[in-house]
Design a binder for this molecule. Structure first.
Ligand code: NAD
Length: 500
C-alpha cells in the first residue's frame, strides 16, 4: 500500500538559505539511490561563502524576528503548526526520506515521520515549561537564573536515520530560541530540505533555519569554524567527532555535544523472559536498517543454559528477512548505504573469519537490482580481541559469545572504548539493576531493546560514544545558557532609613 515508484518523486536540488532554495556554486556532488545505484540528482556543494551567507541570514533572522525574545508560547505555536504540516505531508516526506537512504518506506511512514512530528510537538511544549530558579539569599538580595539561547547553533547529522536525527537537534534548538544552520549528510538531503520549506510555511521566520548541502570536509568544516556559530551539535562517527571537537575548540571554544558510534551488547541471562520474543528483538536489532543503527545490539552475550535455543530462534528470524529496495513496502532488509560501506563490512567479516570466527548464517555481500546488500550474518567462536567484536561494523552482523557466570557475562559486555547503549535480559530485578549499574553506557534497556517511538527519554553515550543528550528535556536544556542575575535590592531603602 505504501510502495512507490522512485522515479515519480519530486526533489529539491539546492541548499535552503534565508527561507528559500538558493544557488550555491561549489563542486557537483552526486546523490545516489542506494536501492538501485541510480543517480538521483547533483547538488552544487555549499562553499565557505555559502556558510557565511547561511550564518549571517540566521543572525539577521534572530535580530529581525526577535525569535529569542518573544513569549516562548509564540514559538510553541509555530512549532505545533509545523508539526501539523508534517502530518499533512507525511506521504511525500516519507518517500523523500526513503528515496536515497536505507530507510524502508514502511519504517519512514510508520515510525520516522510520526516521531518527527511528535518531536516538534514535544519541544513546542518544552518552550515555556522549564523556568529558571530563584535562590535563597540574604534579605535585600535577589539572585535568580534566566535561560538564554546561544544564538546560531550548527547541527551536523549522519545518513542512517537522517530526518529523525536531524529533527532531534533542530527542534529543541529552535524551541529554546536559537537559529539553526544544519548540514545533513550529503548522501541523504531530500526530506530535510522539504521540512525546512514547510517550517517557513508554518511561520518560522525566513533565515532562522537553514540547510546546507555539502561534504564534511568543505561545508561541515567551514560551519564548525565559523565565528558566528555559538554551539555545535554533532551526530556521526567517533573519528569525525574528534575532528569536530578539536575544530570547535580551536575556533572559539564553542560548546559541543557529540552523539557518536557504539558497539552495544545484549546481555542475556538464563532466566530471560520469553525466549521467542527475545529472539525477535535480537534479530530485529541486527536487521533493522540492515544494522546501520548507532545502538544496534550487535554483540549477543548469552548464558550457556539458554544459548542454543536463543541462537536457533535468532537464525530462523534472520533467514525470514526480505531484501529489497526502500520503496517496497515488504522490504525488511534494506540496502547498505554505499559500495564503500559494503566493502568495509565485508573486510571486517573476512578478517573475523581469518582469525577463527565461524559463520552460523550469512557472511556475504550481494547485489540486488543495482543495490549493495549484506546478508544478515551471525558469527561465533571469537574472543573479545576479534575485530568483529571490537569495531563498530554498521551492518547486519551479530557476534555471539557464550558465558557461564554473572562476572564472566559482565566482563564480556564491557567495551574498552564505546559506551552508547546495552540490553540486559533477566527476570531477576536485582540482577538487572546490578548489571545496569556495572555497564558503562548512556542507556541500558532491560527486557526490551531500542527506542521505539519514544521522544521523552534522553539518549546519548558515555566514553568514546560521546557526551550530551539528544531527545527528552535534556536536549532542550543543552541549547540554553544559564545567566545568573544577582540584584542588591535594599540600597535605596538603607540610604533613606532613619538613623538610630
Ligand atoms: P560521519 O562521521 O562520516 O559523518 C557524519 C556527518 O559529519 C556528515 O554530515 C558528514 O558530512 C559530516 N562530517 C564529516 N567530516 C566532517 C568534518 N571534518 N567536519 C564537519 N563535519 C564533518 O558519520 P556517518 O557515516 O554519516 O554516520 C555513521 C556514524 O554515525 C556511525 O558511527 C554511527 O554510530 C554514528 N551515529 C551515532 C548516533 C548516536 O546517537 N550516537 C546516531 C546515528 C549515527
Amino acid at each position: 500500500m505504501n510502495s512507490f515508484n522512485p522515479d515519480s518523486v519530486s526533489i529539491d536540488r539546492s541548499s535552503f538559505i534565508g527561507g528559500e532554495f538558493a544557488a550555491t556554486g561549489g563542486t557537483a556532488i552526486g546523490v545516489f539511490r542506494p536501492s538501485d545505484g541510480h543517480l538521483a540528482c547533483e547538488f552544487r556543494e555549499a562553499t565557505a561563502d555559502c556558510v557565511d551567507r547561511a550564518v549571517e541570514s540566521a543572525r539577521s533572522a534572530l535580530r529581525v524576528s526577535g525569535w529569542s525574545d518573544i513569549a516562548p508560547r509564540q514559538r510553541a505555536a509555530v512549532m505545533r503548526h509545523w508539526a501539523s504540516l508534517v502530518d499533512e505531508h507525511r506521504v511525500e516526506l516519507a518517500r523523500l526520506e526513503s528515496l536515497c537512504s536505507s530507510r524502508p518506506i514502511a519504517e519512514t511512514m510508520g515510525r520516522d515521520l510520526p516521531v518527527v512530528a511528535e518531536l516538534l510537538r514535544f519541544y513546542a511544549e518544552c518552550a515555556d515549561k522549564s523556568p529558571g530558579e530563584v535562590f535563597d539569599t540574604a534579605r535585600g538580595i535577589l539572585s535568580f537564573t534566566q535561560h538564554e539561547p546561544y544564538g546560531v547553533v550548527a547541527a551536523i547529522t549522519p545518513w542512517n536515520v537522517p530526518l529523525l536525527l536531524a529533527t532531534a537537534k533542530f527542534a529543541p534548538a529552535l524551541a529554546a530560541g536559537n537559529a539553526v544552520v544544519l548540514k545533513p549528510s550529503e548522501l541523504t538531503p531530500f526530506a530535510i530540505l522539504r521540512i525546512a520549506a514547510l517550517g517557513v510555511r508554518a511561520g518560522v521566520p525566513p533565515g532562522l533555519f537553514n540547510v546546507l548541502i555539502g561534504s564534511g570536509a568543505i561545508t561541515g568544516n567551514a560551519l564548525v569554524r565559523h565565528p558566528g556559530v555559538g554551539y555545535v551539535t554533532f551526530t556521526g562517527s567517533t573519528q569525525t567527532g574528534v575532528t569536530v571537537m578539536c575544530e570547535a575548540a580551536q575556533h572559539g571554544i564553542k560548546p559541543v555535544s557529540l552523539e557518536l558510534g557504539g558497539k552495544s551488547p545484549q546481555l542475556v541471562f538464563d532466566d530471560a523472559p520469553d525466549v521467542a520474543e527475545l529472539a525477535s528483538l535480537v534479530a530485529a536489532s541486527l536487521t533493522r536498517n540492515s544494522g546501520q543503527i548507532c545502538f544496534c545490539g550487535s554483540r549477543l552475550i548469552v548464558q550457556r543454559g539458554i544459548a542454543d535455543e536463543l541462537i536457533a530462534r535468532v537464525l530462523d528470524e534472520v533467514r525470514a528477512v526480505q531484501a529489497g529496495p526502500t520503496w517496497h513496502e515488504a522490504t525488511t532488509l534494506p540496502p547498505i548505504i554505499s559500495a564503500d560501506q559494503a566493502n568495509r563490512i565485508d573486510a571486517i567479516v573476512k578478517r573475523a573469519k581469518d582469525a577463527g570466527a565461524q559463520t552460523l548464517v550469512g557472511g556475504k555481500r550481494f547485489e540486488h537490482k543495482g543495490g549493495q546488500f549484506f546478508e544478515p550474518t551471525v558469527l561465533t567462536g571469537m574472543d573479545s580481541t576479534n575485530d568483529a567484536v571490537r569495531s563498530e561494523i554498521f551492518g547486519p552482523v551479530l557476534t555471539v559469545q557464550v558465558f557461564d557466570d554473572y562476572d564472566e557475562g559482565l566482563a564480556l559486555a564491557a567495551h574498552p572504548t564505546y559506551g552508547l547503549a546495552a540490553g540486559v535480559h533477566t527476570r531477576d530485578i536485582d540482577k538487572a539493576l546490578a548489571s545496569a549499574r556495572e555497564i558503562e553506557a548512556g542507556t541500558v534497556w532491560v527486557n526490551t531493546y531500542g527506542r521505539g517511538n519514544d521522544v521523552v527519554s534522553p539518549f546519548g553515550g558515555f566514553k568514546q560514544s560521546g557526551f550530551g543528550k539528544d531527545f527528552g528535556l535534556a536536549a532542550f536544556d543543552k541549547y540554553r545558557r544559564i545567566k545568573n542575575l544577582y540584584i542588591r535590592a535594599d540600597r535605596d531603602q538603607r540610604r533613606t532609613a532613619p538613623r538610630a
